[in-house]
Write a protein that binds this ligand. Structure first.
Ligand code: NAD
Length: 385
């Protein structure tokens, strides 16, 4: 294939930033030939690129080889299925879908192995998380005992929530922080540790903002082997915290922006616990600072690797199938909170769909509502913490 002919569907906050990556020449091997938004005003910014207001027409136009879907989450599934069934490569923004059953429907449409189907998990390109994953999978921390995954630095204002009518509504978005801000963190969590076997959570709805969905998450997770985790997120707290801490028998690893800090036990905790004659003394430790070098390629790298996967068969940053686990974890957390009970994984997709349906029945958003585009395109840099 010569150049991959790209279309971007959805020209809001993130869609516009993706368009700019192409216009700035950051995506070799591809050409942006189409933009699509059901709001015609959104197309006016790009007079030199063919604009479409109907994704179905774009998908059937024969003018594109691949589409990047950057619409509200609920549209990832119908537009993704339409594109795959019409022979296009698809790169889908996170989350893959709002709930597990929808993820499964979308993934089931990927029947042609020649079509590349990826998901925008750009945080996986951060060298610090790649290093942590390598260390955990390589057993460097010994048996993992407990994990803190505290992400309360996702602050959003009321103005943010008012910027699009679908946002932070059950019927329009399908949830709050769990489906919008936390999917990256849930993905990193499951990418490194896998999925727990059960979840108990408390997710207050509209605690900080006049919204109908959850803006805070407090979840306890338990894995098959007894490892436990605390997962906390908030869009209302300031100053927020990003504290990711992993405790294994060989010490504690804390993830910082430019380094990892490993307080390494000279004797594994379990062995020390069994053998020491002292009642109050922890194992001796040494402090190890692991510098993190290199820059994250973020969204640009995900798109470039998608193009390379199409042209040269190289691996993606994240395959679409990998989007199922974070959606499942998000669903389990919300279901636990809403039904005030412990939820087992694998999640009963039907139970969650029924719960979401009940919540949607209370929603102030009606699917016919327009989704206005913020003009000019907002600066999203503060979002990528
Ligand atoms: N990977 C990341 O870092 C990241 C960052 C932000 C958003 N996102 C994801 O991107 C998606 C969009 O988020 P956003 O903040 O840009 O939303 P947004 O509301 O700013 O933009 C959505 C756009 O889609 C358009 N749209 C709605 N229905 C459409 C349709 N039927 N056909 C074509 N266009 C349609 C809207 O008019 C709007 O311009 C979400 O799924 C979100 O989770 C990912």
């Amino acid at each position: 294939m010569e150049l991959v002919r790209f279309g971007i569907i959805g020209l809001g906050n993130i869609g516009n930033s993706h368009v700019n990556r192409f216009l700035e020449g950051k995506i070799p091997g591809a050409k942006l030939v189409a933009v699509c938004d059901n709001n015609p005003a959104a197309l006016e910014r790009y007079a030199d690129i063919r604009g479409w207001t109907d994704s179905a027409a774009l998908i059937r136009s024969g003018e594109v080889d691949a589409v990047l879907i950057a619409t509200p989450h609920n549209l990832h599934v119908p537009i993704g299925i339409d594109a795959l069934e019409n022979g296009l490569h698809v790169l889908c923004e996170k989350p893959l879908a709002v709930h597990k059953a929808d993820c499964q429907r979308l993934l089931a449409a990927h029947t042609n192995p020649e079509l590349v189907f990826g998901i925008m998990f750009d945080t996986r390109t951060e060298p610090r998380y790649q290093k942590v994953r390598e260390m955990i999978l390589g057993g460097e921390l010994g048996r993992i005992r407990r994990i803190n995954w505290i992400l309360t630095n996702w602050f959003r204002s009321n103005a943010y929530y008012a910027s699009s009518s679908w946002r932070a509504t059950w019927a329009g978005e399908g949830g709050g922080i769990l489906v919008n801000q936390l999917p990256h963190d849930l993905d990193l969590f499951q990418w490194i540790f896998g999925l727990p076997r059960r979840v108990r959570a408390f997710c207050p709805l509209g605690k900080y903002h006049p919204i109908e969905v959850e803006d805070e998450v407090n979840a306890l997770l338990e894995f098959e082997d007894g490892t436990t985790a605390v997962l906390v997120g908030s869009t209302g707290e300031a100053p927020g915290t990003d504290r990711r801490e992993i405790v294994g028998d060989l010490g504690r690893l804390v993830i910082h922006t430019d380094h990892l800090h490993w307080t390494r036990n000279l004797v594994p905790t379990d062995e020390h616990c069994r053998t020491t004659k002292e009642g109050f003394v922890s194992p001796e430790t040494e402090e190890i600072v692991i510098p993190i070098e290199g820059q994250a390629g973020r969204h640009t790298e995900v798109i470039c690797r998608f193009v390379e996967a199409i042209r040269e068969g190289k691996p993606l940053v994240a395959r679409a199938e990998e989007g199922l686990a974070s959606a499942e974890l998000a669903n389990a957390i919300l279901l636990s909170s809403e039904e005030d009970r412990t939820v087992d994984l694998p999640l009963d997709a039907e139970a969650f769909s029924a719960c979401l349906e009940r919540l949607c029945a209370t929603s102030r958003f009606s699917p016919g509502d327009a989704s206005p585009v913020a003009t000019p395109a907002p600066n999203m840099n503060a979002s990528f913490n």
